[in-house]
Design a protein around this ligand. Structure first.
Ligand SMILES: Cc1cc2nc3c(=O)[nH]c(=O)nc-3n(C[C@H](O)[C@H](O)[C@H](O)COP(=O)(O)O)c2cc1C
Length: 210
């Protein structure tokens, strides 16, 4: 009886092993098309993060993908600032000082959906395509991060709060954007602590024209 049990356990273990092997084989046999499509379709905005920091090496790789994005006339009409944890806290304190309601949210840690890592992106207001450059830069950052298991959230609100808070002005000054540049949006980054469902999208905005 005991032998029968051991044999059936061994058989189960074998089946499990072969299942995981199949999964691994499938993952490695994905075509680039399948891998990129899966990456883009599985990405979600993440608003709950683990505390774990992203290593500098990983951030460098992500940012390298970011600046490899297409951009108008290769002018690279953006400026990028990566905030230290101390700056995330100081900027948060400054914004909350001017807008106390923002800090009253449940579980509030910072004005960047509580992310442990924040990238600020500014655009050149004198170049009419600079917002496109910044958007494409950001999408490359977001997808590169997602491929590494790192979640993100584009944040227009945080940039607005920073731009509109007099108490945050010293921090904007420290970002030292060149003349004519303005903080456009932020990207929160961190290891995800949630798995949100996809929000519905419509294809009805697409018209193939004859
Ligand atoms: C330009 C821009 C600004 C956004 N600003 C915010 C924001 O301030 N706060 C926030 O929680 N999410 C923000 N988002 C994330 C969107 O809410 C999110 O992308 C959208 O709901 C679709 O969900 P998904 O990213 O999970 O597919 C922003 C996204 C973009 C592209």
């Amino acid at each position: 009886m005991a032998m029968k049990k051991i044999l059936s356990m061994a058989a189960a273990a074998l089946i499990l092993a072969s299942c995981s092997q199949t999964t691994e084989q499938n993952a490695s046999s994905q075509t680039p098309d399948e891998a990129v499509t899966e990456l883009m379709m599985s990405r979600r905005s993440i608003r709950q993060y683990k505390d774990s920091a992203i290593s500098r090496e990983t951030l460098d790789e992500i940012l390298k993908c970011g600046v490899n994005a297409p951009n108008g006339r290769n002018l690279q009409a953006y400026e990028i600032r990566v905030l230290s944890p101390a700056l995330i806290d100081s900027i948060t304190a400054a914004v909350v000082k001017d807008n106390p309601k923002i800090g009253e949210r449940n579980g509030f840690k910072n004005i960047f959906v509580n992310a442990p890592c924040v990238i600020c992106i500014a655009n050149d207001k004198n170049y009419d395509m600079s917002q496109v450059d910044c958007g494409l830069l950001g999408e490359n950052i977001i997808l590169s991060a997602w491929a590494k298991g790192i979640g993100s959230c584009c944040l227009g609100s945080s940039a607005r709060w920073i731009n509109d808070s007099p108490s945050a002005k010293p921090y904007l000054d420290r970002m030292a954007f060149p003349e004519g540049y303005e903080l456009l949006y932020c990207i929160a980054l961190g290891y995800p602590d949630e798995t949100p469902n996809a929000k519905p999208r419509t294809m009805s905005k697409i018209i193939y024209m004859e």
